[in-house]
Design a protein around this ligand. Structure first.
Ligand code: KG4
Ligand code: ZN
Length: 344
């Protein structure tokens, strides 16, 4: 083996696309040496959602200490790094810019390559951190606050989007319903918690399946059904049971996600389903898919909860495969808020 083949690949991953400033050091794709997440949830909670202007300012304050801590915990310096991988879209433009400019400056100063990562790709790659034996083709159900996608993942860097949401993302719908129920932000975990004490059959909410065979999603009408139920009750002077509403809506969202995932498995014949994104932390979704997929002898893979929501480790994981493919970003890399998932 030559010296360069022998050398460890050490990637610093940086994520700032929404309300988490995060950095991680990953060695050879699997060995996570450090992982720091500075969450702004407490800051945004009082506004009921992420305030973009505040988010960018918080990232500016935290990016340097978060990176320093990640390097210190991994016991590496900038010159030990093989490359710096950073999220450049999709996300909030101001937030993305902090990460992109910071990563660019650090990589340039250290004389190492810069790698631009699509945030959606990062979420999918979170699965590779805990599972080293994944074989292509893979199917990914990516469910987050901004996206709901079914993706055929044919090889590293090669994606085909089979379906996506035509309106609200699943996480967005959960967040909006949670806010209307007075459960706070972020809504997904709050709905899950409230649903534990609720009856999932108490309310009959619709399940939007769209045209026969379609792998697209639509959560806006389902969200409105809950809001309409709440408003009608308020006008009658009635108070509805919040845990019952949470359990019934959570069940409706999970039913649609599971139905479409099973359809995608049937249409493609792919034998492994990856769950990704913040909503992938939902226990009802995991348990229902687990139950359905065992019967079909299809493997279900998901990251641990901390790797489902936004984090730098998933960006480093995707960065490792870009590094191996020699896919580096130019110094002109810019933030792209509406970036689509494309193959490289
Ligand atoms: O991936 P993520 O951290 O950020 C985006 O890229 O959007 O996902 C955040 C979303 C939020 O909508 C949040 O409510 C949802 O993930 N979420 C959950 C759970 N944990 C986070 N939804 C359902 N159940 C959970 N346990
Ligand atoms: Zn995300």
């Amino acid at each position: 083996m030559t010296e360069s083949q022998d050398k460890k690949v050490i990637i610093l991953g940086v994520e700032t696309s929404c309300d988490e400033t995060s950095a991680a050091v990953l060695v050879d794709g699997f060995d996570l040496r450090s992982h720091i997440i500075s969450s702004q949830i407490m800051t945004h909670q009082k506004y009921g959602g992420v305030v973009p202007e505040i988010a960018s300012r918080e990232h500016s304050l935290h990016i340097q200490p978060v990176v320093q801590q990640a390097l210190a915990e991994a016991d590496v310096g900038f010159t030990d790094l093989s490359a710096i991988a950073v999220t450049y879209g999709p996300g909030l433009v101001g937030s993305l810019l902090v990460g992109v400019s910071g990563a660019k400056a650090m990589a340039y100063a250290a004389g190492i390559p810069l790698i631009g990562i699509n945030h959606l790709e990062g979420h999918i790659y979170a699965n590779f951190l805990n599972h080293q034996d994944l074989e292509f083709p893979l199917l990914a159900l990516l469910v987050s606050g901004g996206h709901t996608h079914l993706i055929l993942f044919e090889a590293h860097g090669k994606y085909r989007v089979l379906g996506y949401t035509r309106d609200d993302a699943a996480g967005e719908a959960l967040d909006k319903v949670a806010r209307a129920l007075g459960l706070g932000y972020p809504g997904g975990p709050q709905i899950q918690k409230a649903a534990q004490n609720g009856d999932k059959q108490a309310f009959k909410f619709p399940r939007a399946m769209l045209e026969p065979g379609s792998l697209d999603f639509s959560f806006s009408g389902m969200k409105s059904a809950v809001l309409n139920t709440l408003n009608s009750a308020r006008m009658r002077g009635e108070t509805l049971n919040v845990p019952d509403l949470a359990a019934s809506f959570q069940q409706a969202v999970v039913d649609v996600l599971v139905h479409k995932a099973l359809m995608a498995i049937q249409q493609t014949g792919v034998q492994t389903l990856l769950l990704a994104g913040g909503v992938a932390a939902n226990s009802l979704l995991r348990e229902t898919l687990e139950y359905e997929l065992v019967q079909r002898k299809v493997r279900l893979v998901y990251p641990q909860p901390i790797l489902c929501t936004d984090n730098g480790a998933m960006i480093a994981a995707a960065g490792y495969y870009h590094y191996r493919a020699g896919n580096f970003a130019p110094w002109t890399l810019n933030a792209v808020p509406g970036l689509n998932l494309k193959s490289i």
